[in-house]
Design a protein. Structure first.
Length: 236
């Protein structure tokens, strides 16, 4: 089955295919049955003014055919770095999966929203537009989730966590408070589970676990997250 074509068809229906961004951060080979599905809020950084067409969501997706094993967390050159995979955000995500004892290269990695922005508050059109675009992109997630059929959804940050909490409607939520506050607020790792039904694909994935960490860009030093991540590991 040509998953790239099917995702492209769904992407075009959103009308957002020419926006700057990305859908699949992991290698194309992760778009198959697997245990895990990893996502954050949306691609970060600024529009690549040097290669604006290359940075379009639809063209990034098409490039997966030529670079099927490319993983943004290892091969991507982020920020002002000159070498791939060494930006502090990439290193934190690598360390997060090492702590979970999960091979990041084997995990389908994506974002709740596929359009790029330097931060949530700087999303084109504002946060209300972000919410609308997340809903437009959701059928693409339903397609990918129906392919992967994950046992565990791994959320980087509160936005992805809360979106899945709304979908799963769990009866119980477990939390682990991290030892230090961030910007004056205590941060928590979260676990819950529930039944995941994918409306657009008419797929019932069944019971899915969700584990969530405070966003891995918050603290430069991954040690801040370790205690919580070890707690999450025992929930899987």
């Amino acid at each position: 089955m040509d998953h790239i074509k099917n995702i492209t068809d769904l992407l075009v229906k959103t009308g957002l295919q020419r926006k700057s961004g990305n859908i699949i951060y992991s290698g194309y080979e992760t778009l198959q049955k697997g245990d895990y599905y990893f996502l954050g809020l949306n691609p970060g950084g600024h529009i690549d003014d040097r290669n604006p067409e290359e940075d379009q969501i639809i063209n990034k997706l098409e490039s997966k055919k030529q670079h099927s094993d490319e993983n943004e967390y290892f091969e991507g050159i982020w920020g002002n770095e000159t070498q791939p995979g060494v930006h502090r955000h990439q290193k934190n995500i690598q360390a997060f999966f090492e702590c979970l004892e999960i091979n990041l290269k084997e995990v389908l990695s994506t974002n709740l929203c596929f359009q790029r922005s330097p931060g949530k508050s700087q999303y084109p059109g504002g946060e209300n537009q972000l919410k609308k675009d997340i809903e437009k992109f959701w059928p693409l997630h339903e397609y990918m989730l129906s392919v992967v059929k994950p046992k565990v959804i791994i959320c980087n940050g509160a936005d992805a966590r809360e979106y899945f909490r709304a979908h799963l409607k769990p009866n119980k939520i477990d939390e682990k408070t991290l030892p230090e506050p961030w910007r004056g607020r205590m941060q928590k790792c979260t676990y819950f589970s529930g039944n995941l039904y994918l409306k657009s694909t008419l797929s019932n994935i069944g019971r899915v676990k969700v584990i969530a960490t405070p966003h891995l860009t918050n603290w430069t030093n991954f040690d801040y997250y370790k205690e919580g991540v070890k707690w999450l590991k025992n929930k899987i």
